[in-house]
Design a protein around this ligand. Structure first.
Ligand code: PLP
Length: 280
């Protein structure tokens, strides 16, 4: 597998990263995961905008934004994935700083890593629906930044998997925020609810697309918090994400949602989403 690291295309095993890279020492960096539909990186501009935002919020000086798209396609070609659907992982850390100290210097040269991999078709699972579990949101208060410092999400996802669930959905006080790597939606009386954009959630690109598509199809979306003590009043749930797409939730903790099959509104949105991505 050939990857990109700091200006070079090289075999994965040849990448050398300093132990003094602040990404390694402090998780001081950001990332993005993109995917293709029809061989084209989906919503590249939205991902780029979010990447710029995250870097800016952390004062990481990275400028070569124009190169990222090119690097992704070149890597796909080199790795013989250009005729398949692939995902791209981009990680930018603040760079190397020696000796180790918490406060960062302003003129470090960021470390840039890009890799591509073949997308595994998970539509069967996605169409059938998944189980999720609920957990207290113990993440920091800047979940709007796509930082690589995501240990609470790593632990939460691992817990989900150990419970045979696909995802952990977080709540803060009485409010659902989002999943460990997805955004969360609930449906009541044909109205779709999802948490508003704030520092408590990552503004998902798929979330944005789903809201757009709902608007175009006269489905009402309300960006307001879903209360934990009102979960019983909602009859459908679904989660969204770059590889998760629109995935129905058919079990939430011990509760079987609906009849244990994807709800009508969720199915409709999933189909609208599939049709849309076919056309991009
Ligand atoms: C915490 C969190 N929320 C939501 C999402 C979904 O975002 P997107 O639709 O851009 O993949 C992600 C994606 O990784 C995430 O990490």
């Amino acid at each position: 597998m050939i990857v990109y690291f700091n200006g070079n295309y090289l075999p994965l095993d040849d990448v050398k990263i300093s132990p003094y890279d602040r990404g390694f020492q402090f998780a001081d960096g950001v990332y993005e995961t993109l995917r293709t539909y029809n061989g084209k990186l989906f919503r590249f501009d939205s991902h780029l905008k979010r990447l710029k935002y995250s870097l800016n919020e952390l004062n990481i000086n990275f400028e070569q934004f124009n190169e990222i798209e090119k690097i992704s396609y070149e890597l796909a070609e080199i790795n013989n994935l250009h005729k398949k659907e692939f995902s791209t992982y981009i990680q930018i850390t603040r760079g190397v700083q020696f000796p180790r100290k918490h406060n960062f210097e302003n003129h470090l040269s960021p470390s840039v890593f890009v890799s591509v991999s073949e997308l595994i078709d998970n539509r069967q699972q996605v169409e059938k629906g998944v189980k999720v579990i609920l957990e207290k949101d113990i993440r920091w208060l800047r979940c709007d930044i796509k930082s690589i410092s995501i240990l609470p999400s790593v632990l939460a996802k691992t817990k989900a998997v150990s419970f045979n669930a696909y995802e952990t959905v977080f709540y803060r006080d009485n409010f659902i925020t989002e999943g460990s790597h997805t955004n969360f939606f609930a449906v009541r009386n044909d109205i779709i609810y999802t948490a508003p954009v704030s520092n408590f959630i990552l503004e998902g690109v798929t979330r944005e697309v789903v809201i757009e598509l709902c608007f175009l199809n006269n489905l009402k979306v309300v960006e307001d918090y879903i209360k934990v003590d009102e979960l019983k009043t909602f009859n459908e749930f679904f989660i969204t994400g770059t590889t998760t797409e629109v995935t129905p939730v058919i079990q939430l903790n011990d509760r079987i949602v609906g009849d244990g099959i994807p709800g009508k509104v969720t199915k409709l949105i999933q189909n609208i989403f599939y049709e849309y991505v076919k056309s991009v």
